[in-house]
Design a protein around this ligand. Structure first.
Ligand SMILES: NC(=O)c1ccc[n+]([C@@H]2O[C@H](COP(=O)([O-])OP(=O)(O)OC[C@H]3O[C@@H](n4cnc5c(N)ncnc54)[C@H](O)[C@@H]3O)[C@@H](O)[C@H]2O)c1
Ligand SMILES: [Zn+2]
Length: 368
């Protein structure tokens, strides 16, 4: 088993990574005094897939299960209050509840926010079951739900007590969901540099076939990159954590403007990464080779490189983004693989123009 430490001053915790560690979780947390009532927050799909091992490893005397809506629907105010009401009913004067988020990024984001809000904060742990959540969403304490106007608009920074990553969960994941995770992995490779970028490109087949050493290397590398960034800028106050938003400005707007239905997070991120590369080229930050490299790796993992969207709706959603500051946009741009730049103050006109060009195109070129 690998352990990656997140050395935060106030809330340090570990990421535990290993095939089959699900069954060890109750033993680990027994000694941590998180509480005496474990609430396993999950979705019906995950519960039906893992019912037997949940029942076997998490005895019903100490653990109760709450299922919420599956997918992005979980991140809604209705589901937030639904989960809180369920906990209220299970809670009592002699109970100290804590939450175990068992699911993809949506369950982790919702469960983390429930934990942050309930009684002004109860402990929670992350047990991510999708690749996307294992390499990204479960780490770093960003919790949130969406409103129809904007994604992740209601949330809190609230760190888990631990993250347990069991790659065996990936065996039941659909190919589509596996690809979703790869969009975030490509983002990490663009942050980290050519070694990891080349590793991904070379091993795309082995990774998609879930070759265990490759999957472990992928998860470890991404977790280490995220841990390093979160340690240096836990609450995104120093601008360092902003790097992790690479590709996400457009991604979030695409998701919100399609009502979280037509496009998933991973698909939106891959389009967002390509747009960031295209915009970087258009603003003279990088050459065309970099855009081609980004497009090629996205295609190697079967992720989308073209998109059509409702332009006015997209622009409206874009303006709700947290990175949109008084008429100007903060974007993470690409100078090279492994060399990014956070640019404040890109005039909205430039963004508008580039988005108009991006719409309905094969996204092969983007010139302003
Ligand atoms: N907090 C963060 O830092 C952060 C970072 C990145 C993404 N996110 C958020 O994460 C969300 C996306 O997460 P996601 O891609 O995991 O989506 P998801 O949680 O919707 O899961 C995708 C689908 O996979 C199913 N599933 C989950 N585990 C499974 C398994 N082991 N086997 C079979 N099916 C399984 C789910 O039931 C769901 O239908 C977005 O809302 C995004 O905003 C948050
Ligand atoms: Zn993301």
């Amino acid at each position: 088993m690998k352990i990656i430490k997140i050395n935060l001053k106030k809330n340090p915790y570990n990421i535990y990574i290993g095939h089959g560690i699900l069954k060890n979780i109750p033993f680990y947390i027994k000694n941590w005094d998180l509480g005496n009532l474990g609430i396993i927050l999950t979705s019906p799909i995950i519960y039906s897939l893992y019912k037997n091992s949940i029942k076997k490893n998490f005895p019903s005397g100490r653990y109760k299960i709450i299922t919420v809506a599956d997918g992005e629907k979980a991140k809604s105010k209705e589901q937030l209050f639904y989960a809180i009401n369920k906990i209220l009913k299970l809670d009592g004067w002699d109970k100290r509840p804590f939450i175990l988020c068992l699911g993809g990024g949506t369950i982790g984001d919702l469960g983390g926010l429930v934990a942050a809000l309930y009684k002004r904060g109860i402990p929670y742990i992350q047990i991510p079951t999708t690749l996307l959540a294992q390499i990204d969403a479960s780490i770093g304490g960003k919790t949130a739900i969406d409103l129809k106007e904007a994604k992740n608009i209601l949330g809190a920074f609230y760190q888990p007590k631990a993250v347990f990553i069991d790659p065996l969960f990936l065996d039941t994941l659909t190919l589509k969901e596996l690809k979703e995770g790869m969009a975030e992995a490509i983002k990490y490779a663009m942050i980290e540099g050519k070694n990891f970028f080349t590793f991904l490109k070379k091993n795309s087949r082995g990774i998609m076939e879930l070759n265990p050493p490759l999957i472990l290397k992928l998860i470890n590398t991404c977790c280490r990159i995220k841990a390093k960034i979160v340690e240096r800028d836990e609450r995104e106050e120093k601008g360092l954590r902003t790097i992790l938003n690479l590709g996400h400005t457009l991604a979030h707007a695409l998701e919100a403007s399609s009502k979280y239905k037509k496009i998933s997070h991973g698909q939106a991120v891959s389009i967002g990464l390509l747009y960031a590369a295209g915009l970087s080229l258009a603003l003279g930050k990088c050459d065309k080779k970099k855009v081609d490299a980004v497009r090629e790796i996205i295609e190697a993992f079967g992720l989308p490189v073209d998109i059509s969207f409702d332009y006015p709706k997209l622009l409206r959603a874009f303006k709700y983004d947290k990175k949109f500051i008084s008429g100007k946009v903060r974007m993470v741009l690409i100078k090279d693989i492994g060399n990014l730049e956070i640019t404040d103050g890109i005039p909205l006109k430039k963004i508008e123009g580039s988005l108009r060009l991006f719409n309905g195109k094969k996204c092969r070129s983007l010139a302003l």
